[in-house]
Design a protein around this ligand. Structure first.
Ligand SMILES: Nc1ncnc2c1ncn2[C@@H]1O[C@H](COP(=O)(O)OP(=O)(O)OP(=O)(O)O)[C@@H](O)[C@H]1O
Ligand SMILES: [Mg+2]
Length: 317
């Protein structure tokens, strides 16, 4: 068993390998070709290529000497923005090596910064703007102060679409010599929600337990019930077969080692497919929210999920 982590092994090394963010990659490529770029802000959910693209930028801009000209920092460093500021200062003090007139600083998790820390960041960006370009990464650009936003070209990354997820799975499967059927690929897309890091981690864990990956492998590694099982539980509930539904619920939880929280998310997702008037379905979804809150607060899991089934059954009548 090899010890490399696939999220690193399969990190894009070139613009062409960053999937699904075409218009962003196109504009960034142009910056790199002109060896000139503004500060950038990469906003978007986890595992969609923000850090990867920043690394590709550095490698393409600086070639061999990219390590000397690229600094990666976590803005939410628990030791505070002052540590970040000192590191930026040390790095920005010397000129870039090679024929690009600036260095690049990648600051991850910028939306974890407080307002005050963001003010400090803004001043730092101003001071070093002659010698450095900042690439700021965050989940939501709306959490970043306007004056910082207005200094950056903002790029919004999207979760990866199915075709790209399938491309990536195909590439890894071929390279690692694993067999994965179409249903398992669908399952991977379903559990990863377009988060490529999550996808690669689940795939690697699955490959560690079997070389023939099926839908069942994926859902069990991802701590989820098969959608089919959840659907059956709901079908029986709606048909008024409370005892059968309850038994299936218990089995599903025990067989897959699921917690109530794991399962309630899937139930909520499946409710919209129940044959019931929309108004009733809304009430059921609302009920899921209430039960989930009780679970988070530490109520008995099975008791709460039974109450949920009972509630859904009464609503469906
Ligand atoms: N667009 C993509 N194309 C190909 N592979 C990708 C893409 N996005 C993510 N990956 C894969 O997922 C891994 C993690 O991606 P990355 O570190 O770029 O995510 P991120 O957007 O920076 O997420 P976070 O916000 O959690 O830091 C990469 O090493 C790569 O293997
Ligand atoms: Mg990142």
């Amino acid at each position: 068993m090899e010890s490399t982590i696939w999220t690193e092994k399969y990190r894009p090394q070139d613009f062409s390998e960053v999937k699904g963010q075409e218009h962003i990659v196109k504009r960034v490529t142009a910056f790199v070709e002109q060896k000139n770029m503004p500060h950038l802000m990469f906003a978007g959910p986890a595992g969609v290529g923000k850090s990867s693209l920043a690394l590709v930028i550095a490698k393409k801009l600086f070639g061999e000497s990219w390590r000397d000209n690229f600094l990666e920092l976590n803005a939410s460093d628990e030791r505070g923005i002052d540590v970040v500021r000192v590191k930026v200062k040390d790095f920005a003090r010397t000129r870039s090596i090679g024929n690009v007139p600036f260095k690049v600083i990648f600051l991850d998790e910028c939306d974890a910064l407080t307002k005050e820390a963001q003010q400090a960041l803004r001043r730092t960006m101003e001071i070093y703007t002659k010698t450095c370009r900042f690439v700021l990464s965050c989940n939501f650009s709306s959490k970043i102060l306007d004056p910082i936003q207005s200094r950056c070209a903002i790029f919004k990354f999207k979760p990866l679409a199915k075709e790209h997820i399938f491309d990536i799975i195909g590439k890894i499967a071929k390279n690692e010599n694993i067999s994965i059927d179409d249903k398992a690929k669908e399952a991977l897309f379903d559990v990863s929600h377009g988060d490529c890091r999550k996808l690669e981690n689940i795939l690697q864990s699955s490959a560690a337990v079997t070389d023939k990956i099926t839908e069942k492998t994926i859902y069990s590694i991802a701590s989820q019930a098969l959608p089919k099982e959840v659907k059956e539980i709901l079908d029986e509930t709606v048909q008024g077969k409370f005892l059968e539904a309850r038994k299936k619920l218990l089995n599903t939880m025990l067989d897959n080692g699921l917690s109530g929280i794991d399962l309630i998310k899937q139930i909520q997702k499946e409710i919209w497919n129940i044959p019931a008037p929309d108004k009733k379905k809304l009430d059921m979804i609302k009920l899921c929210g209430e039960i989930e809150f009780r679970l988070v607060e530490g109520s008995d899991e099975f008791l709460q999920l039974e109450a949920l089934l009972a509630g859904i059954m009464l609503l469906a009548k």
